[in-house]
Design a protein around this ligand. Sequence first.
Ligand code: SAM
Length: 281
Amino acid sequence: MNYRHAYHAGNFADCMKHALFARILNYLAQKDAPFRVIDTHAGIGLYDLGGAEAGKTLEWQAGIARLATPLEGDAEALLSPYRTALADVAARFGAGFYPGSPLLASLLMRRQDRAIFVEKHPADVGVLTENLGHDRRAKVLELDGWTALRAMIPPVERRGVVLIDPPFEVEGEMGRLGRALVEAHRKWGGGVFVGWYPIKGPREPEELAGMLRTSGVPKILRLEMLVDRTDDATRLNGSGLVVINPPWTLATEAEVLLPALAQRLARGDRAGFRCEWLAGE
Ligand code: SAM
């Protein structure tokens, strides 16, 4: 377990993932009934972009720093829940701090909502608890996220979202993600499931898509943002999310948001996006 998100926080992939995750949370918050957030690979929830780790890669400069001015057209309005959370973080911790998915979730949850944040790295669990300000709506657990997920669904609320955001540092993690999504949907048919994956070359995302297309799971949306061409598979060239049971508004929103984000976060001349139903609609 060498992956440390502090080196990558606020990069283009975080911006894409968090902007869409915030839209899903925003959608869930429109009904009074409580929802549950389960984040299987949580990280520490708050990152200092001026710190040593972020300073080594400076990835955030090609990510969140480029969102300092509003996106063009209708896309900016769709960033609003993400922007609100970013503004809260800046007010509370200072301008150079960036939220991870648990803090983002806790900022967009209401009093009645609950969250479970799972992280395997022993040192991170205490740091995340601190960073969440000991939020009593949230449980932070030191566990293996893949195993924990099986035990935690369906939650009592029967509505909510699961984020699976593994580090992809071991062989076969893409396949594992696909299988975990299918298995989780079998246990909780009404949950919203979000799986993040890196886009380096085209092969692995295609394999994941192919597996999900034939899985029998209905309503799967594939959302991708490319910042560059994919012929150099040694680099991270894009960011992908598969969403099972997406809010009915999400595909339309992604069609507006993803091209604007891709244009703003482009590294090369082949930036682009994909919004495709793998199953159902
Ligand atoms: N979801 C976070 C966010 O958006 O801010 C980023 C998560 S980062 C990509 C992946 C995290 O998974 C790391 O903090 C790593 O320590 C943790 N991790 C690695 N293997 C794990 C496992 N088997 N179960 C739970 N967490 C794990």
